[in-house]
Design a protein around this ligand. Structure first.
Ligand code: EPZ
Length: 440
């Protein structure tokens, strides 16, 4: 079996797609389950490579955890016996650094590898380390071994993030959830995935409240689950199928996502002229209703236009009449897909918009000179033709799959396992709405 897809594009995709559970909630609730006293059952967990990798990683810590039913995971936190995370497994799954929380609560000290960067940027955890230290965790990085050595008795106090961080907010919440003290986080991130994690913890006895951009956590003595918890669906997957519907001149219904999770996407979709019918507060019909107008997007933390959506949006804008721009403010290397889209005939140029204060404008740590390749101009409407493509990162993978389904002719997309890190049953789902995709 090749690590590739064969795609024949050029047809409108029509039908209804059942969304899977959110990858970026599944990973955190599995890690948070290790904080619990008794068995934890999580439902609506997608069978994707990142989840499978994380299960292998915690199995390596002695934890009994596995899929016990379709999209249902059962975890026995009492079987956690090791406080040292395996370097090889950790290198495959970025969120492995979040294991600081359960390991410190269980063993008071632990050894966790530096997560390191990935395709979309250096992704340091300096702000997260600063938060952990300020709350009472002592941390030393051993550059010989590549491990952080951490120890903790109790966390307490207040911490203000210099810039918001999604997983940083989640990790500090998990560190503060058990104990006898109160922790207050300011300038906390507000992505809906964080609220799902908080709901999961509060349903099992935690005392976490959000007030504007602050989160207050009153430590409790233990967490016990009374009934299985079903995580929310994946809003990134919804956006992928919404863009597919309009870019292929089709008609796709998707659902079970609160509208508040995708408000900014719906606003931009209306601006460009994509069709959207609200079938209920959580179900949406996306359809092509005529020519698309160009747009200008700046990615931002929630409730802004999410960075994970911009690669999909770029494909859509190749089908809009006029010049569109996308300015990426969250990660410093999120346009790797541009060179691949150009193989299909897309016309895209890098631009350098004037920015007043680059340090506060970008969410990544900006090195001294002006960062380049943070913004692109897409010239539409350009018909797309087939090509041989390579996936470099997860969200770029979805963008290339959409583009190959828009393009006329047969394309080959290499790197299917990267896409399957975050998209469950992608071939079956695309086939069910009339798409011609097969694994090679
Ligand atoms: C989470 O990444 C998601 N990943 C990302 O989804 C998502 O794009 C991002 O949040 C924004 O919502 C998971 O939840 C597993 P950040 P995270 O910390 O937490 C920099 C996907 O495809 N930063 O909010 O890593 C950081 O490098 C992924 O599912 C520091 O410099 O995002 C980034 O440039 C992609 N130091 C920016 O801040 C720190 O200590 C925002 O990062 C922390 C972050």
């Amino acid at each position: 079996m090749e690590d590739a897809y064969r795609v024949v594009g050029g047809k409108p995709l029509k039908g209804e797609v059942k969304l899977s559970g959110a990858k970026n909630v599944a990973l955190k609730t599995i890690i948070a389950a290790l904080l619990f006293k008794n068995q934890v059952v999580l439902k609506n967990i997608p069978v994707i490579n990142d989840v499978v990798e994380l299960i292998h990683l915690i199995n390596g810590l002695g934890v009994k955890a596995s899929f016990t039913d379709t999209n249902t995971i059962t975890i026995d936190p009492s079987t956690l016996t090791s406080n040292k995370v395996d370097m090889l497994h950790a290198s495959k799954i970025r969120v492995s650094f979040m294991l600081f929380a359960p390991l410190l609560h269980r063993f008071k000290e632990c050894f966790v590898p530096n997560p390191g960067g990935c395709r979309i940027g250096a992704r340091p955890i300096d702000r997260i380390i600063a938060g952990m230290r300020s709350l009472g965790v002592s941390l030393a990085y051993n550059s010989q071994t590549g491990f952080y050595e951490a120890s903790m008795n109790k966390v307490r106090g207040e911490f203000t993030f210099e810039k918001t961080t999604h997983t940083g907010t989640e990790l500090l919440v998990m560190l503060a959830v058990l104990g006898t003290n109160t922790v207050v986080l300011h300038n906390a991130a507000s992505e809906p995935e964080i609220d799902d994690l908080i709901e999961f913890l509060n349903a099992s006895g935690a005392q976490i409240t959000r007030n504007g951009d602050s989160v207050t956590i009153h430590g409790v003595s233990e967490l016990t689950q009374n009934e299985p918890f079903a995580i929310t669906n994946d809003r990134n997957e919804l956006v992928t199928y919404a863009v597919l519907a309009i870019a292929t001149k089709g008609d796709i219904t998707v659902g079970d996502i609160p509208r508040s999770h995708i408000d900014e996407f719906l606003k931009m979709l209306e601006k460009t002229g994509g069709g959207c019918e609200l079938l209920s507060d959580t179900r949406f019909r996306f359809f092509y209703k005529g020519h698309l107008s160009p747009t200008n997007i700046e990615t931002a933390p929630h409730p802004g236009f999410m960075t994970d959506w911009q690669p999909n949006w770029a494909v859509l804008m190749t089908q809009a009449t006029g010049e569109s721009t996308i300015h990426e403010r969250i990660f410093e290397n999120r346009f790797v897909y541009v060179a691949e889209l150009e193989k299909l005939g897309a016309k895209i140029e890098y631009i350098s918009p004037e920015i007043e204060n680059i340090e506060s404008f970008y969410h990544f740590s900006v090195n001294k000179e002006k960062p380049d390749e943070q913004a692109i101009k897409i010239i539409g409407l350009t018909p797309l033709h087939n090509a041989v493509l390579r996936i470099h990162d997860l969200r770029a993978g979805a963008c290339l799959l959409i583009a190959a389904l828009v393009a006329d002719g047969e394309s080959i997309i290499k790197g299917s396992t990267i896409l399957e890190r975050g998209y469950e049953n992608i071939v079956e789902k695309i086939t069910s709405i009339g798409g011609d995709v097969s694994k090679l």
